[in-house]
Design a protein around this ligand. Structure first.
Ligand SMILES: *[C@@H]1O[C@H](CO)[C@@H](O)[C@H](O)[C@H]1NC(C)=O
Length: 144
């Protein structure tokens, strides 16, 4: 009679491995932060000066806060952004996710962001796609 494999033991380790992989990928992919919005004029930018051709035609772009700015290396990086909550309920538009491109440094944008010190500052179009555009600041989940 063939030896039966120690199935419960194998299953347990497989589950553990799966859980570790999920944790790893979750931690390395998604971050949480805050987002404000800003309005035109959007140029000049710290990334591209007065050249607006690198701006995505979708108008889904953002200025990087100091944590994301990376000394300018973040210029052109793309992030998936989702609204997760705000100071009052009902601000986030459920199920909306956007892909934005970093075009500027939040500390030096040409118009005042709706809130200071946020992780990123979204264009009006970007902000209004994931949240009620009357809000000044939202909590976001984002990943490159
Ligand atoms: C957005 O927020 C304003 C002010 O709180 C509210 O009057 C309006 O109904 C909201 N719009 C949507 C689409 O929820």
């Amino acid at each position: 009679m063939p030896r039966t494999p120690p199935l419960p033991y194998l299953k347990w380790h497989f589950l553990l491995l799966l859980m570790m992989l999920c944790r790893l990928s979750h931690n390395s992919l998604a971050d949480v932060g805050t987002a404000a919005q800003y309005s035109p004029p959007y140029i000049p930018t710290e990334c591209y000066g007065s050249d607006s051709s690198p701006f995505p035609t979708s108008n889904l772009f953002a200025a990087a806060g100091d944590g994301v700015w990376d000394n300018g290396a973040s210029c052109g990086r793309q992030y998936i952004v989702r609204c997760i909550s705000a100071s009052t309920p009902g601000i986030c538009i459920p199920g909306q996710t956007i892909l934005i491109k970093i075009v500027d440094h939040a500390a030096s944008v040409s118009s005042n962001p709706s809130a200071p010190g946020t992780t990123i500052v979204l264009s009006q179009t970007a902000f209004g796609t994931i949240a009620n555009s009357t809000a000044t600041s939202i909590n976001i989940e984002f990943q490159q």
